[in-house]
Design a protein around this ligand. Structure first.
Ligand code: NAD
Length: 314
């Protein structure tokens, strides 16, 4: 059975991964929306798709498809818009009798999750979120290890992620805390969700550093104690990386051992879509732990007197 898709935010960086996933799973993109018309990429995947720069015209078109007998009703809406618009775009999907597949972070605040979970219940439609680290083979293996290993005490985890961004970042919606949630939310949510998924419920959450470009802190889970550091500033890169011209540094150590997961990222969106189409997607409630974590981090004042401080914090 093939499904019809619509897409919101089709001109952005991540949209082609969704187009690729729709195509690779044998489905069709019927219509796309983006206020920016730099969407030539659509031709590489779905040249027949309708395209709109105005929400109202897109809305009219999706509604027409829903009411017509052509069998072209939209089944899924893929949402690749800026973070602060996600909940509105999810409501649009569900109101049109479609399921939503929404990029991370699903929403910025826990109360937005509550509202979406209620809407899932009342509409009978599903809200799926892309949490692609949960389907990464190395993380799946690690989860199996943590679940089966008998261990005295908690794992000691260091998480370091430096992904250099140019000047544009702070001038875009990603640099606006009201729109992206800031670095810990926008970049970190993947990792906080992964930690929750691997190590159970969060018990303590301390913030040691919070600037426009960097964040760090300490998290304690049922089964792990975590020192974390995130940065989009190339100056934070270790010298060895810089010498090799690398702009990204990613390291997770558990009890001092490095977890290898530098590869395996290429088709995680397609893998996520496969699971969603099998009815095994991650729903609104699956995101709750990570959304609560980032919302707390956003509201906290940095204070280094509690929790262990990551070695990269100057
Ligand atoms: P982007 O800025 O490149 O793209 C966002 C697009 O949304 C732009 O084309 C913009 O014109 C469009 N847009 C803005 N307002 C809109 C509106 N009202 N209606 C419809 N479209 C609108 O950003 P991006 O990097 O592609 O990020 C998009 C989403 O994907 C974000 O939620 C981001 O957090 C997420 N993301 C996820 C990953 C991942 O690894 N899963 C990676 C990057 C980004």
């Amino acid at each position: 059975m093939t499904h019809n898709f619509a897409m919101i935010g089709a001109a952005g960086y991540i949209a082609p991964r969704h187009m690729q996933a729709i195509k690779a799973t044998g489905n069709t993109l019927l219509a796309a929306l983006d206020p920016s018309d730099s969407v030539g990429i659509i031709d590489s995947y779905f040249p027949e798709a309708s395209f709109f720069t105005e929400f109202e015209r897109f809305d009219r078109h999706i509604d027409k498809l829903r009411r017509a007998d052509s069998g072209e009703k939209v089944d899924f809406v893929s949402i690749c818009s800026p973070n602060y618009l996600h909940d509105s775009h999810i409501r649009f999907a569900l109101r049109n009798d479609a399921d939503a597949i929404c990029e991370k972070p699903l929403v910025l605040n826990p109360w937005n999750v509550d509202a979406l979970a209620d809407l899932e219940q009342s509409s009978g439609r599903k809200v799926n979120t892309i949490l692609q680290l949960r389907v990464h083979p190395s993380i799946v293996a690690l989860r199996d290890r943590v679940a089966t290993e008998s261990k005295d005490g908690k794992y000691e985890v260091d998480l370091t992620y430096i992904t250099s961004r140019g000047q544009w970042y702070l001038h875009s919606w990603k640099g606006d805390g009201h729109k992206s949630g800031g670095v810990a939310t926008n970049i970190g949510v993947h990792f906080f969700d992964m930690l929750n998924y691997l190590f159970g419920d969060l018990q303590d959450n301390r913030v040691h550093l919070a600037t426009e470009t960097e964040a760090a802190g300490y998290l304690e889970y049922e089964n792990a104690r975590v020192r974390w550091f995130l940065s989009i500033d190339a100056r934070a890169l270790p010298d060895t990386c810089r010498a090799e011209g690398q702009r990204t540094y990613r390291s997770i150590t558990i009890d001092g051992d490095e977890i290898e997961f530098s590869g395996g990222f290429a088709d995680l969106h397609t893998r996520s879509y496969e699971l969603i189409l099998e009815g095994k997607g991650f729903g609104a409630n699956a995101s709750r732990g990570a959304i609560e974590t980032v919302a707390h981090i956003r509201g906290a004042s940095p204070d280094r007197t509690h929790g262990e401080v990551h070695p990269f914090v100057a």
